[in-house]
Design a protein around this ligand. Structure first.
Ligand code: GLA
Length: 673
């Protein structure tokens, strides 16, 4: 992983947004630069969807208008995050190579006019995209405004998985590289089932529309393959950019919980983690902001990251298109910085006049600068200037939650004891951690540095390899503590069940095994009963857990397995390993379980925990502490600062004793080393 604290070439908090000057005449560009200066903007992401304008015909490039924009921005002191502009192929390319279009699983082709409806398995598409990337790199590599490269846009975001002939050919090549021989593939996919045995590679179709469930091993490989196809495309563009400008950081905008692309894999070729965030304001946004930011931070946990896109007010594709009330944009923006972002960027700078996003919010709304939104944008710009000391500092998490895309894909293939929505399960668990004021990172099971975490949680870590199980065993042996939940460690990397008592490779570590997994009709169908009489409603899946060396912490309240173990704990080496055989119905239930399994004394922010009040500390390299207090509640909150005292970076006021926060208030307490 390219992890460094130095990707931020600006040396201050980054502020700006996507800039689409091709929608406007030059006089507006001039006004734009003036307004950007007024708002404190220092970076724009330029030209993301400008392929058709920059490259109007095969081999023909039109850069003069773009030169002028770059020059104006530079004169205004605005830096550029320059896009490779390859996110939306132009009409001429579709006409010349209709085969670039993605094909749905039922054979329906996607048409030109939306965006990203190409398949990355089209060699013609890649050739033209790289030609444009090269032309942009050649033209602007020495431009003084250039400080960051923005590859494509939300790769595999709107881009569907495609099931055409080109995809079939590329899939077979990918399979040959993975398995080496057709025999190995047959073995890995268990193709004796339903007579699926393949004799030649060209017999293998992509998992197109079928009468029944597809082979889950094949489905898992197709997801891996498609994620790899986009990552490979990213790498090809990044390679051109790195060759031209080795010192300029290269990134792309990722999408936090988005299921299609393996972000732990793509991050290996990114100089920073950057992401886009669009919570729905009417659905507990604090929780969504928290998990999204934490997941992005976890990609490069020792470096700051960047919020690449959010919206000032309305999101047109989220009906109802709700306005952010005054102060909400500021709260949300600073919440990202609290969790480690070194800046705030928006989609987009100026509200569009046409196209399907014209009712999407922007830094400059259609009403112009004399507007509530623009005034708030300017105020936020001024706030960010004051946060310069925070640049480069990081938030360190003490709890690791296992998360990886391969597990998600495997878990969500069909025909299990339940229909899993793994993201939703993770959200409930993360909410409980947030309620307890804990700091969490998401951790790939291959992470070589598990020991940095005081506790590890494995929620439904269905796919766990033998090597990953061994690493966990070592972690616990050395004193680590883990909580493993239902439906974990059941299959290998090919999605084949381990033969024997589950979870086979964790059985000794957990000191228990699982006999049966009951998919039950509701989330509070049963309950965990603790010896002190406490009951925690649970459901979704109820497993019959058989303790061996482990002690039973809670047993089932009802059903024919009433009284059987559901939560166990096993001391192993210097540590301990707990197993939870069912899903707590609510976030509070998760919190109860975490508090019983782990000793949380000294974990988290250390202030009194209050609902809807986030308290997060970033640490500087020299021992400085920057603690963000963010009030999401609709009433005032007061915090006893105890021994902490310092200065609020936003107001300059000295802070000690009792801190009062009104709704939407943010305070950043700076404590110098
Ligand atoms: C995404 C895209 C942007 C824009 C916004 C709208 O995040 O990257 O180009 O479409 O959504 O919310």
């Amino acid at each position: 992983m390219k992890e460094s604290r130095s990707w931020n070439l600006l040396g201050e908090m980054i502020y700006g947004g996507d800039y689409n000057p091709d929608h406007w005449p030059e006089e507006i560009w001039i006004e734009d630069v003036q307004l950007m200066k007024e708002a404190g903007v220092n970076l724009v992401s330029l030209g993301i969807f400008s392929w058709a304008k920059l490259n109007p015909a095969p081999g023909v490039f039109s850069f003069e208008w773009f030169d002028r924009v770059m020059e104006l921005l530079h004169e205004g002191g605005i830096k550029v995050n320059l896009a490779t502009a390859t996110a939306s192929p132009p009409a001429w390319l579709w006409k010349l190579h209709p085969e670039i279009g993605a094909i749905d699983a039922d054979g329906t082709p996607f048409s030109h006019g939306g965006r990203q409806c190409y398949t990355p398995n089209s060699k013609a598409f890649i050739r033209y995209a790289l030609e444009l990337t090269q032309a942009i790199a050649d033209r602007y590599q020495d431009h003084p405004a250039l400080v960051m490269w923005h590859v494509n846009n939300e790769l595999h975001g709107n881009g569907p998985e495609s099931y055409g002939e080109l995809d079939a050919i590329a899939f077979r090549e990918w399979l040959q590289a993975r398995y080496g021989s057709i025999e190995a593939l047959n073995e890995a996919w268990g193709t004796t089932f339903w007579s699926q045995i393949y004799s030649e590679w060209d017999e293998i179709p992509p998992p197109r529309k079928l009468t029944t469930g597809a082979n889950p091993s094949m489905v898992l490989d197709y997801k891996r393959f498609f994620s790899d196809a986009y990552i490979d495309f990213y790498r090809k563009e990044a390679e051109i950019l790195r060759k031209a400008t080795p010192e300029i950081p290269v990134c792309t905008n990722l999408m936090q919980l988005y299921p299609k692309i393996d972000q732990f894999k793509i991050i290996e070729d990114c100089d920073l983690a950057a992401y886009d965030c669009y919570p729905n304001p009417i659905e507990a946004p604090g929780d969504f902001l928290a998990i999204s930011a934490d997941l992005t931070r976890s990609l490069t946990p020792d470096a700051p990251w960047l919020l690449m896109e959010q919206v000032t007010s309305q999101v047109n594709w989220q009906p109802p298109n709700t306005i952010k009330a005054p102060g909400v944009m500021r709260l949300w923006s600073l919440s990202h910085m609290a969790r480690g972002s070194d800046g705030v960027m928006f989609f987009q700078w100026r509200q569009g006049r046409f196209g399907s996003e014209k009712f999407h919010g922007a830094m400059v709304p259609n009403a112009g600068p004399d507007s509530r939104v623009f005034r708030e944008v300017c105020e936020l710009g001024a706030d960010l200037k004051k946060l310069k000391p925070v640049v480069g500092s990081t938030l360190q998490a003490e709890i690791g939650i296992f998360w990886n895309w391969e597990n998600l894909w495997a878990l969500e293939t069909s025909d299990k004891a339940q229909v899993f929505n793994h993201t939703e399960q993770i959200q409930r668990l993360h909410e409980a951690c947030r309620d307890l004021g804990l700091y969490t990172n998401f951790v790939h099971p291959d992470n070589p540095d598990l020991s940095r975490y005081r506790y590890l949680i494995l929620p439904c870590t269905y796919l766990l390899t033998e090597a990953q199980s061994k690493a966990l065993r070592d972690y616990v042996e050395q004193g680590g503590e883990i909580l493993v939940t239902y439906y974990s460690a059941l299959v290998d990397e090919n999605e084949q069940l381990y033969y024997g008592k589950a979870p086979l490779h964790l059985r000794e570590l957990l000191g228990c095994w699982v006999e049966e997994s009951d998919g039950v009709e509701s989330n509070d169908h049963n309950a965990l009963c603790f010896e002190d009489g406490t009951e925690v409603p649970c459901g979704f899946i109820c497993e019959t857990v058989k303790p061996e060396a482990a002690e039973t912490l809670a047993s089932y309240r009802s059903n024919w397995y009433q009284g059987e173990a559901v939560l166990t704990r096993n001391r192993f080496g210097k540590g301990q390993a707990s197993y939870l055989g069912s899903r707590p119905a609510e976030r509070k239930g998760w919190a109860d379980v975490l508090q019983r399994v782990f000793d949380l004394e000294g974990c988290g922010h250390g202030f009194a925990v209050q609902p809807d009040l986030d308290i997060l500390t970033r640490h500087g390299a020299g021992g400085e502490r920057y603690t963000f207090f963010l009030n999401y509640a609709s009433e005032n909150r007061s915090v006893d600062l105890g021994a902490h005292e310092g200065q609020d970076l936003l107001t300059g006021k000295a802070l000690r004793g009792e801190l009062l926060l009104e709704p939407n208030d943010v305070v950043v307490l700076a404590e110098l080393a």
